[in-house]
Design a protein around this ligand. Structure first.
Ligand SMILES: [Zn+2]
Length: 311
């Protein structure tokens, strides 16, 4: 079951040739989502061969231009290419108003239905809940209301010993119960999943911080995550600037990742002022052993145990 993230844009505020503004393409168990839609998102999706016509949902973390200005163009293109499937967009309450004004101003009509839902700026909220995974928004600490996103697997199936089940002639409903990890009664006996199956592998999780100061809410949601993508706009020498703009330094990101027991820290939302990101890595590695600076077009498979593999 795949669980991949493509980092489409990893820069802060202003797009430059080496780094676009924030967008990520998430593929979990064959369902795809877009996390933020910075300017240039359409071309980045095409460049990375991400099939955006099949997106199941879009998550927008906040109303700053570097996270949202690519959305009208993307939706417009989906319509021009004849999309019919409905699309759900989760974001701040202002998003729907802004988009509707935009449609009116450019006299656009969409070929598909949009459902607008708001995240909660004060508490975690389940957004997409599927049988084997869920996406949860949670508030972070930025200049305007902003939410991060946690993507986590759940209810993974136990691996049934098919040969043993076949010899015992277990019926379908009994097999299904065992694969859910449940005890089940059959022919006056109680069957235990441990005797018939191998336990499921560890559920994996990915956390996207969006733009934020280090905060309690993020630390709680990142607890034990396999991969955390954290705002690392600044190096420690610009700590004052990080504070006044409600962003984080690489050092702060690493300290939070260490405290939260994160497996792999990915630094993102990098300011264009740092031509050499070695400084950011050095600061972060003093607090966390596994650090990667995100690059545009980098694809990562989320692996259990925090071993995210860069491809
Ligand atoms: Zn930003």
């Amino acid at each position: 079951m795949n669980f991949d993230v493509v980092f489409l844009g990893t820069g802060a505020a202003v797009p430059v040739p080496s780094r676009g503004t924030t967008s990520q393409f998430l593929d979990i168990h064959g369902h795809t989502y877009l996390i933020d839609a910075g300017e240039g998102v359409q071309l980045a999706l095409r460049k990375n061969k991400c099939k955006f016509q099949k997106l199941k949902g879009v998550f927008i973390s906040h109303m700053h231009g570097d996270h949202v200005l690519g959305l009208p163009g993307l939706l417009s293109t989906m319509s021009l290419l004849g999309r019919k499937e409905p699309l759900t967009i989760y974001g701040p309450a202002d998003l729907k108003v802004w988009m509707e004004q935009t449609w009116r101003a450019i006299q656009a009509h969409l070929s598909f239905e949009l459902t607008w839902l708001s995240w909660d700026p004060k508490a975690p909220k389940e957004m997409w809940v599927e049988e084997r995974y869920r996406l949860i928004s949670f508030p972070v600490k930025h200049r305007i209301p902003t939410c991060g996103l946690k993507v986590e697997e759940k209810s993974l199936p136990w691996g049934l010993n098919g040969v043993k089940a076949g010899v015992a002639k277990l019926p379908y409903h009994v097999r299904q119960a065992l694969k859910r990890g449940e005890e089940v009664k059959w022919e006056d006996k109680v069957l235990h999943p441990d005797d018939w199956c191998t336990p499921p592998r560890k559920a994996r999780s990915y956390v996207f911080s969006s733009d934020t100061r280090p905060c309690q809410s993020l630390q709680e949601m990142a607890a034990g995550a396999d991969v955390l993508y954290h705002d690392a706009t600044f190096a420690n020498l610009d700590e004052d600037r990080a504070k006044s703009t409600y962003h984080s330094t690489a050092k702060q990101a690493a300290r939070l990742a260490h405290q939260a027991g994160v497996g792999h820290l990915v630094l993102g939302h990098i300011s264009m002022r740092y031509k050499d990101v070695g400084l950011l890595v050095e600061e972060a590695k003093a607090f966390h052993p596994k650090v990667t600076v995100a690059e545009d077009d980098m694809r990562m498979t989320i692996e259990g145990g925090g071993l995210g593999n860069r491809v």
